[in-house]
Design a protein around this ligand. Structure first.
Ligand code: C2E
Ligand code: MG
Ligand code: MG
Ligand code: MG
Length: 288
């Protein structure tokens, strides 16, 4: 272990490091093949309004089953793609696919806003806004039915550049959310400068609700300040009924999580919404 000193540490970490590097190179190679061979898919996780139990949106989440590597979770390949820059190609595919899906749903009578995760590197491309506009036109989707999920780091890194770009995105009618809110470095006061519509409270703050008192305090504070700024708040990773009750009482607007559904393929998502199983029973009362 690291405590045992430098040499042991070196011997311990070096082969590990090489193995990591080999694994990342393997993923990088397989990822490029996967995109070329149409092996990526999108699943859609329902976003649910707390007050009504209605599904009000869908977050597009990438899925990859590789013939050799098996199912590779995004947490494993997205960081590699960000390192190599391949995330730009993946992100462009995701954007096109999600907008295509939203347009198809809309044509069949299901008006469902889709949220797309956008990496900082992708967002910083000079032609990013043009791409978004072109994709919306291609599929004839109103910008209002698309939301981009951005991360706090993007705002902090080059605030002026980010603000300019976000204003152009907003001009397309496209909404923006801050993903994993609370894990980065931005403050709520700082957020006021940006044309943001929604905050997504990171799962790590939700996990121990309602028992953990400091998490409970943080979540209440985020919700109150977001309300003061006129932002909608959605909580990620809601798995239990007590978590949902806490969030409802705290004034949170929406949630996503296994309590309602994991990410589903497009057909299952639509089927679930249409069959009327799109509602969780709203809370009967707030009686304590
Ligand atoms: P994220 O954007 O914060 O997405 C939420 C993640 O939490 C998803 O994992 C989702 O499946 C998972 N999740 C949702 N509800 C629950 C729950 O109740 N409990 C638990 N334990 N987990 C829940 P996933 O799909 O593995 O994605 C992980 C991350 O990978 C995403 O975090 C996002 O940062 C990234 N990612 C996924 N798809 C894309 C994409 O198309 N583009 C980019 N740039 N990143 C993506
Ligand atoms: Mg997200
Ligand atoms: Mg998130
Ligand atoms: Mg998260």
């Amino acid at each position: 272990r690291a405590k045992q000193g430098g040499r042991a540490c070196f011997r311990f970490h070096q082969p590990q490091h090489d193995a990591d590097l080999r694994q990342r190179m393997r993923i990088d190679h397989a990822m490029r093949q996967a995109l070329a061979s149409h092996r990526f898919r999108l699943h859609y996780q329902p976003q649910v309004q707390l007050a009504t139990g209605r599904v009000i949106g869908a977050e597009a989440l990438i899925r990859w089953r590789d013939p050799e590597l098996g199912e590779v979770p995004p947490g494993q390949f997205i960081p590699v793609a960000e390192e190599t820059g391949f995330i730009i190609a993946i992100g462009d595919w995701v954007l096109g696919q999600a907008v295509r899906q939203a347009a198809e749903w809309r044509r069949t009578g299901l008006e469902m806003p889709v949220s797309v995760n956008v990496s900082a590197l992708q967002f910083q491309q000079a032609d990013f806004v043009e791409r978004v506009g072109a994709v919306l036109r291609e599929h004839e989707l109103p910008g209002e039915l698309l939301e981009l999920e951005l991360t706090e780091s993007l705002l902090v890194h080059d605030a002026n550049e980010a603000l300019a770009r976000m204003s152009q995105v907003a001009a397309l009618g496209v909404r923006m959310a801050i993903d994993d809110f609370g894990t980065g470095y931005s403050s709520l006061a700082y957020l006021k400068r940006f044309p943001i519509d929604r905050l997504k409270i990171d799962r790590s703050f939700v996990k121990a609700l309602p028992v953990d008192e400091s998490d409970a305090t943080i979540v209440r504070a985020i919700i109150q300040m977001a309300q003061a700024l006129g932002l909608t708040v959605i909580a990620e990773g809601v798995e239990t009924e007590p978590q949902r009750m806490f969030l409802t009482d705290a004034g949170c607007d929406e949630f996503q999580g296994f309590l309602f559904a994991p990410a589903l393929d497009a057909d299952n998502f639509a089927e679930r919404v249409r069959s009327g199983r799109d509602r969780l029973r709203p809370r009967l009362s707030l009686v304590r």
